[in-house]
Structure formats: C-alpha cells, structure tokens
Write a protein that binds this ligand. Structure first.
Ligand code: XMP
Length: 317
C-alpha cells in the first residue's frame, strides 16, 4: 500500500541531499506539477524558482487563475509569456507526434534560457509514471510522446529531476493532500502538458485555440454546475475537442457551414484505462445548445464521444 507520508519524508530528504544550488521547476498549476513544486519547495525552499510558461494553449483565463493560486501557496513564481513563440513553431503543423515533439522541445529551450538567467543547474518536472510508460518507456510500445518525456531534445543544458516519476495519478493526489494542497488542486482534473494543442485536431492556430477554449470552458462549467446540483458525480476528466471537419447546419433559415466539437468525459483511476461517462442527455443538450449558440460563427454541430480506453485514448492526439 502506498504511504504518502513516508514518500514525502524520504523524497524531501533525498532532494535536500542532491540539490545544493539553484533549481527551476516547470509548472502549469495542474496536480502533478503543483504537487512536485510544493514538495521540492519543502525540501530546498528559496533555492527553487517556479516557472509557469504561457504557451498560448492553456484554457480560458487559466494563466491568471493558476498564477494567483501558485503565489498563494507561497511559491516563488515567474510567468513567461511565450505564446508567439509556440504559435510560430506550430504554424502549419497537424501531425500529432510532431506537435508533441515541437512543444516539448520549445518548452526545454525556454527552460534552458531561464536556467541560465537563474544560474540553475537542476530542472524539475512533474513527470508521473503513465507519462513515461505511454511515451514508450521500458519495454512498452509508444502510444504518444508526453511533452515532458518523448518531446525532450537529445542535448539539454541541465540535469532533470523528476520526484514523482514512479507515482500514478491517484498516488500523486494523496501526496498533494498530505502536503496540504486544497482539494480544488489535488482533486483537479488532469490537463495534458501540450494543452489545447492536442485538443485541436489540425492546425493549432490562435483562432482555433479561441474556439476550443470557449468550448472547453462551457463543458467544464456545465458539468461542474450539474455536479454541484447533484445531478451527476463529477467525471474524472471532461473537455471539448475541435475536429477539423465541417458540416452543414441551419441558423434561422440561413445555411451555415461550421466545424464540429466533440465532448469527451471519462471515468478512470490512473488514466491508463478509462470508460466514457454516461452523462444524462439533458445535460449534454445544455452543453450542445450553449456551444452552438456561443460559437455560432464557427461550430455547426456538437457530438458526444462514447469510446472507452482502450481502444481510444483519453485525449485525441
Ligand atoms: P491519454 O490521452 O494518453 O491520456 O489516454 C492519459 C492521461 O494523461 C493526460 N495526458 C498528458 N499529461 N502530458 C501530461 O502531463 C502529456 O503530454 C499528456 N498527454 C495526455 C491526459 O489528459 C489523460 O488524463
């Protein structure tokens, strides 16, 4: 049985022994990276600088919300606006693995720049077990290159430290809870490192980012409201994906021709397998009506994904 107290005690001692100089951590405000940051902060305190990169692929208002939350936790935070660099790098790219590799590489280049400025020899990442397992670690087949594993370039200007490397999501949540993170952080739904870039099938242009940001926000708000009203139990993960195909619709008596949004909600324990959440139709209808009203210039239809993992994966790319 996993014992979070024992893990924290042993890990902080190990980190304190290893890291005697400055270190930076790349964090997003999600469960894994925030738990890593608080753990490492406990071990090395003021030697840790926390870096939140705005890739342009975060959810609506997420950078503002997460940076306020991370500062409230007492972390020494630096927010880097790299939207234009990410958009330029991914311009015209549609192949999922290429997207993941380019994002992973640019992340590292940005962290190298910051590490030089901060005189840091160590770079800490919130990698957890499924990230490297699915990236083809050990003897396994590669499912997808998680941004913090398969996307890493061969030459890196610092030493990488991954304190949560051997843990699964449910174990990370327990560690976060024992470290005193509030439930809205340790129970937060997962969000992939490459962000909305893997929820836009096709080109990840700033225009497409806006569409999927809005659709994801609607899915989250409607599902969270339904869960607060006890209509459903909150799924393990829930979001929207923009499909690169168009369909004909009608608005009033005028023809429309817009993209398709798919709604995905799943139940899982560790993300390694999942079953789709049986969301009641009246809640799906609310989501569909809100998305097609709010995004009427861009979206003509909303569909719901009923694929389990396997054979699907949770994210689409
Ligand atoms: P898949 O899509 O592989 O996702 O079934 C399993 C879980 O992992 C999340 N995910 C990622 N998390 N970096 C991450 O930190 C990534 O590159 C990444 N790709 C997928 C996904 O949201 C799901 O919870």
């Amino acid at each position: 049985m996993f014992k979070p107290d024992k893990f924290i005690q042993e890990k902080t001692a190990e980190l304190r022994e290893k890291i005697k100089c400055n270190a930076i951590i790349g964090l997003s405000g999600g469960v894994d990276s925030t738990t890593s940051a608080v753990l490492v902060n406990k071990a090395i305190g003021k030697n840790l600088r926390c870096v939140l990169v705005d890739t342009g692929y975060m959810r609506k208002n997420e950078i503002e919300k997460n940076s306020a939350m991370l500062r409230k936790l007492g972390l020494n935070l630096l927010v880097v606006n790299a939207k234009d660099r990410f958009y330029a790098k991914l311009k015209g790219i549609i192949e999922p693995e290429q997207k993941r590799k380019l994002i992973g590489e640019l992340f590292i280049r940005i962290f190298e720049e910051i590490a030089r400025e901060e005189n840091a020899r160590y770079f800490i990442q919130g990698t957890i077990a499924p990230d490297w397992i699915e990236s083809g670690g050990g003897l396994r087949d590669k499912i997808k290159s998680h941004h913090n594993v398969g996307g890493l370039p061969a030459e890196i200007g610092f030493e990488i430290v991954e304190p949560l490397r051997d843990l699964y999501k449910d174990e990370v949540r327990k560690v976060g809870q024992v470290l005193g993170l509030p439930p809205e952080i340790h129970q937060k739904q997962p969000f992939p490192g490459p962000g909305l870039a893997v929820r836009i099938l096709g080109e990840t242009s700033p225009e497409n980012v806006k569409i999927v940001q809005e659709a994801c926000a609607i899915v989250e708000e409607e599902i969270e409201r339904a869960s607060e009203n006890k209509e459903i139990t909150k799924p393990w993960q829930y979001f929207a994906v923009l499909l690169p195909v168009k369909a004909v619709g009608v608005q009033g008596d005028v023809r429309s021709y817009g993209n398709i949004i798919t709604v995905r909600a799943v139940e899982s324990i560790d993300g390694m397998s999942a079953s789709y959440t049986k969301i009641p139709h009246h809640i799906l209808e609310r989501i569909s009506v809100r998305i097609t009203n709010t995004l009427k210039d861009n979206v003509s239809r909303v569909v719901f994904d009923i694929t389990n993992k396997p054979p699907g994966t949770i994210e689409y790319e």
